[in-house]
Design a protein around this ligand. Structure first.
Ligand code: KPL
Length: 287
């Protein structure tokens, strides 16, 4: 697993339960990564994952989950590229879209994972897990290991068309993440604050226009889903707000930045998306 933040660690837990050995690849002084997860049934499980720096990898990698935050993909992937081969099965477990474009050797088509589960790190000794649906899909047939993994990973769904859940999550992230990050508020403020709600509607409308232009079958009307996500996670700190609070680079380029790039290519105006991209790149509050 390349990088292992919250969602990477949760995936590693399910994989471990299914009998797979998971090694985290990252530059780290510590040879083990430890985390205790608290599940909805109240059970706590501690996970100890071995960590290897890229330079310590000596074998080819047959299965790789890319779980680094999108801005770090460009730095994290090149040192391990020599260990990938034409048949490496690669799963991208990241927010947004396009972060691995141009970075993978020819012939490797990643599967995409989209999760609505969450891991919240509000407690000093453990992180709280909210278990929801995770979709896995992409090109080709359902991989042979998927059936067994589904016995250990609750609500893990195989889909041939990953685009629908991926785009739904993209639009939710495109609205909730930048607005909560720029205004330093929890997700529920998108519903409670009329000016944020207006920005949300505009970002959403632009995103729907772009997605509809890319695929006629896109149903649009994403606002209902976005507001439902904001309601369900009302007290949460979005990942982008958390990144901004700790001064880390945000995932704006893979989320709203992706929408703006598509809009440019299609000749569609996307000023609200452009505004949050610019504001987050500047690090200032949106006008
Ligand atoms: O996925 C999220 C994130 O924070 O990245 C949402 C859905 C906005 C929940 O906080």
């Amino acid at each position: 697993m390349l990088g292992a933040g919250n969602m990477g660690t949760l995936s590693a837990w399910y994989l471990t339960r299914a009998g797979h050995a998971v090694t985290v690849i990252k530059d780290n002084a510590s040879p083990m990564q430890e985390k205790t997860l608290c599940f909805p049934d109240g059970q706590r499980h501690s996970l100890n994952l071995p960590v290897r720096a890229p330079g310590q990898i000596s074998t080819t990698i047959d299965h790789l989950i890319v779980a680094v935050k999108t801005p770090y993909s460009q730095v994290a992937l090149p040192p391990i590229i020599q260990h990938l081969h034409a048949h490496t099965q690669l799963i991208r477990l990241q927010n947004g879209l396009g972060a691995l474009d141009g970075l993978l050797p020819h012939g490797i088509l990643p599967l995409e994972a989209v999760s609505t589960s969450a891991v919240k790190g509000q407690h000093p000794h453990h992180d709280i897990v909210a278990e929801n649906t995770t979709w896995l899909g992409g090109h080709g047939e359902k991989p042979p290991w998927m059936n067994d993994l589904q016995n250990h990973w609750p609500n893990l769904v195989w889909t041939r068309d990953i685009r629908i859940p991926q785009w739904q999550k993209l639009v939710a992230n495109a609205v909730i993440n930048p607005l909560t990050a720029l205004h330093d508020v929890p997700n529920g403020q998108i519903i409670d604050d009329p000016s944020l709600r207006l920005c949300a509607e505009k970002i959403c409308m632009e995103a729907d226009m772009v997605l509809q232009a890319l695929n006629n079958d896109w149903p649009g009307q994403s606002l209902d889903n976005v507001l439902a996500v904001a309601r369900a996670t009302a007290n949460n700190t979005s990942s982008m707000r958390a990144d901004r609070q700790r001064g880390a680079t945000t995932e704006i380029d893979a989320i709203n930045g992706w929408i703006v790039r598509q809009a440019d290519q299609l000749g569609i105006e996307a000023p609200e998306n452009q505004a949050v991209v610019s504001a987050l790149r500047r690090g200032s509050v949106a006008g």
